[in-house]
Write a protein that binds this ligand. Structure first.
Ligand SMILES: [Zn+2]
Ligand SMILES: [Zn+2]
Length: 447
């Protein structure tokens, strides 16, 4: 028996919608998805008429579908937006040059102008040159820090009012989960925001916040959209590793799990704060540091000099580890790599989350620091299990970080702070595949 589309009841169903399990025909699927995104945009008032909106375009499925859909909805509903594509060329031969060709075709297909800014222009280095200098272990730290700034700078240079990114519901659910696992109360309170940087000159919006990744893929597939699907050659592992797989498992058991995770975070309120400027520690409100500006480049930064400038200084002086790791003796292994990435991402122009450190679970301590009998040492390697204090040996303290500024420099804080900027790369205390898969920049950067 041929199953009919449950919406129009006249056409044959060609798919079962992942989010609702409804059998739909192609046209009804397009209509349902487009209407949902339109309702998301309208309900959250993402755009105002006349705004100039940069669509962050990587050539991948999310940003390609976003460009297609915003163009369609802008015309259909008269948003009055001045849309353009904004791409960052990291200078990765065999990857970015191919995906940029896709974006160039998108420019013609969607009839919206494309602006490309390269790392070489903005920083003087391509990623290929950076990898040649630093190797393939910390390269993603550089890429992640540089890309976030590059999008903002590029958008500002071409007079954008807003940046729209292709982050989908799966991405947001993963971030919610990572923040729960980290005990990062302040970020949990705001990671599901559909608009970030609302009071900054260049807010970022996520029109696909409730759109399932599977449906984006289906939409692109059935519409035969032209997108690029190869992974970055420097990031062979799946982004966000463990959390990503877990969200997929939850979805398989119950498709609503993704949207429920997002709704949970939306309901979350930080006691004593708005969820964006303070955190609570045992009921006490703690003010987060207010971001200032980098003394060198002027980019928003909670430190006197922003992370990009520190990384760049290291590269230019031939000291590529500068700014990547803060510990003198860097332990080896995937967890250590994750911690280093976290350290590097921590100061990426965002509040360093002093409050978050106190809330964070025990993380790998700093190598070489004994807990002096106050806690349980985790051994000289981050992979060794916790054990009684070594009483002054060369162990790693597993004490929770103290309050305030000191806490912000501890790896726990760094791991926590990395959450928003690098897609979970700082997940140091999960010494397993999450750490192996940690990758600061595999996904487009977002809050
Ligand atoms: Zn139909
Ligand atoms: Zn700077």
């Amino acid at each position: 028996m041929v199953r009919q589309c449950v919406h129009c009841t006249s056409q044959r169903a060609v798919l079962r919608r992942p989010k609702t399990a409804e059998p739909l025909c192609r046209e009804c699927f397009y209509a349902a998805l487009e209407q949902e995104v339109h309702e998301t945009i309208s309900a959250a008032r993402l755009f105002k008429p006349g705004e100039r909106v940069a669509v962050a375009a990587s050539g991948g499925k999310d940003s390609t579908v976003l460009a297609h859909m915003l163009t369609t909805l802008n015309a259909r509903h008269g948003y009055g937006l001045d849309l353009f594509l904004l791409s960052i060329d990291e200078g990765i031969s065999g990857y970015r040059d191919d995906s940029l060709e896709t974006v160039k075709r998108n420019e013609a297909q969607y009839q919206i102008p494309l602006h490309v800014f390269s790392y070489k222009d903005l920083y003087g280095w391509t990623m290929d040159e950076i990898v040649a200098a630093v190797g393939t272990k910390s390269n993603c730290t550089f890429c992640g820090v540089f890309r976030r700034q590059a999008l903002d700078r590029g958008a500002a240079l071409v007079g954008a009012d807003k940046i729209a990114t292709g982050h989908n519901a799966d991405d947001v659910a993963e971030t919610v989960l990572l923040n729960i696992l980290r005990g990062d109360v302040p970020r949990l309170g705001r990671c599901a925001n559909i608009i970030t940087g609302e009071d900054s000159p260049l807010p970022r919006v996520k029109p696909f916040k409730y759109t399932y990744e599977k449906e984006i893929v289906m939409y692109a597939y059935f519409k035969k959209l032209d997108y690029f699907s190869t992974e970055c050659i420097y990031s062979p592992f799946a982004a966000r590793g463990f959390a990503r797989e877990f969200v997929k498992d939850l979805e398989a058991a119950r498709p609503r799990a993704i949207v429920d995770l997002i709704r949970s975070a939306e309901q979350f309120r930080v006691p004593g704060g708005s969820g964006s400027g303070s955190s609570s520690t045992g009921g006490k409100a703690v003010a987060l540091p207010q971001p200032g500006n980098c003394q060198r480049c002027g980019y928003i930064s909670s430190q006197p000099v922003c992370k990009a400038c520190i990384l760049l200084e290291g590269l230019n002086k031939g000291l590529p580890r500068l700014g990547v790791s803060r510990t003198r003796r860097t332990p080896k292994g995937p967890a250590a790599e994750a911690a280093a990435a976290a350290d590097a991402a921590a100061a990426n122009g965002l509040p360093a989350a002093a409050g978050a450190a106190a809330d964070a679970p025990l993380a790998r301590g700093q190598a070489g620091t004994c807990c002096a009998g106050q806690g349980s040492c985790s051994g000289s390697s981050s992979r060794q299990p916790a054990q009684p204090c070594c009483a002054g040996g060369t162990c790693s303290s597993s004490l929770p970080a103290a309050d305030g500024a000191a806490a912000a420099s501890a790896p726990a804080a760094a791991a926590a702070a990395a959450a928003d900027t690098n897609g979970g790369g700082g997940f140091a205390y999960l010494q397993n595949k999450a750490a192996i898969a940690s990758h600061p920049s595999a996904r487009q950067l977002a809050d």
